[in-house]
Ligand binder design. Structure first.
Ligand code: SAM
Ligand code: SF4
Length: 322
């Protein structure tokens, strides 16, 4: 559907859980996280109903995220069910990859179209420092298995001053031999992200240009706002997502559904509505469709990360889904 700013809204990110098996420093605190109760989280039946209605409104691409989406039991059932909904063209997952190797075959069989793997470093010590985990090898096994299977894979990297800045070129090198997109995402001042320092994508690009001959690619890959480059002989590409230094709200095509069923219109803003509460009052799919249509049309013009705290959402990234 088209919102009040003329933007085509065709992409919905769904957070399946606020739980995670990692503790990335900029996303989830080590301890003291208050997690949603099982009964507060949307059931698969509720999610499927919402996607059916969203598909009627023109949503054609769904991304499952979290917390860690692969922690949700029987996720392959959900992938398959969403894939079978009329109007849904693509189902993808954003994951930290810890459980990927184990679940990959079933996910592919269920119809999964692509994977975004969050991987900020390929160095075991840095990985442990950022995520608190020593399971980097498990993630890499999942990554290589996904690539070997022919699934479309993107690696998402959040550059963090004092942690992985020296390794960014090593991650870029992965795009030379593999059909793989490596994308740098500017750290957003959400939750714990406010305590860390990132680096502007322009500066990363300058560093890459010192090492490699690269050219800008035309068009987009997938559903996002990334700008892509290619190393001359590279099989894959390098993407930059710059929500702060190059705001892309004018082209924003997405809405979000949190694990507790809040339909969120913008990453930064608290505007939206609890679809869970509506569903649990037994409203019909037709009524839900009208309400969603009205709310989505009001999607904020742009984010106000750097200036407005009044309408800021207090949810953390592991609660929203990124
Ligand atoms: N657990 C899954 C994962 O890590 O891929 C899915 C959820 S995670 C919240 C989704 C993405 O958000 C990850 O790529 C993570 O690096 C990113 N992220 C978390 N906090 C962020 C922040 N403050 N700024 C930018 N990206 C952030
Ligand atoms: Fe978990 Fe993803 Fe947040 Fe890391 S970024 S703590 S993997 S939800």
């Amino acid at each position: 559907m088209i919102d009040h700013k003329g933007r085509k809204i065709d992409y919905m990110r769904i957070s399946l859980t606020d739980r995670c098996n990692l503790r990335c420093k900029y996303c989830m605190p080590d301890e003291g996280v208050s997690l949603l109760r099982h009964e507060d989280i949307l059931s698969y039946e509720e999610i499927i109903k919402i996607v059916r209605v969203a598909a009627n409104l023109g949503i054609s691409k769904i991304r499952l995220t979290g917390g860690e989406p692969l922690l949700r039991k029987n996720i392959t059932y959900l992938v398959k069910s969403i894939k079978n909904i009329k109007g849904i063209e693509e189902v993808s997952i954003t994951t930290n990859g810890i459980l990927l190797e184990r679940l990959l075959d079933d996910l592919i069989e269920a119809g999964l179209d692509r994977i975004n793997l969050s991987l900020d470093t390929m160095n075991c010590a840095t990985y442990k420092e950022i995520t608190g985990s020593d399971k980097l090898q498990k993630v890499l096994n999942g990554l290589y298995k996904a690539l070997d299977s022919g699934l479309k894979v993107k690696i998402n990297v959040v550059p963090l001053r004092g942690y992985n800045i020296d390794e960014l070129i090593d991650l870029v090198k992965l795009t030379i031999d593999r059909q793989l997109d490596v994308r740098f995402i500017e750290l957003m001042p959400i939750g714990l992200g406010k305590n860390f320092d990132s680096i502007e994508n322009e500066d990363i690009l300058k560093e890459i240009k010192k090492e490699y001959k690269i050219h800008k690619m035309l068009g987009t890959i997938g559903n996002g706002p990334a700008v892509y480059y290619k190393i001359q002989e590279g099989k894959g590409s390098i993407g930059f997502i710059s929500p702060l230094s190059h705001q892309f709200c004018k082209e924003c095509n997405r809405i979000r559904l949190t694990a507790e069923g809040f339909l969120k219109l913008c990453l930064h803003s608290n505007k939206g509505i609890s679809l869970r509460d509506l569903l649990r009052k037994n409203i019909s799919e037709n009524e839900l469709e009208e309400i969603m249509r009205t709310i989505i049309a009001l999607k904020p013009d742009r984010h106000h990360f750097q200036e407005d705290t009044e309408n800021e959402d207090s949810r953390r990234m592991h609660q929203i889904g990124g």
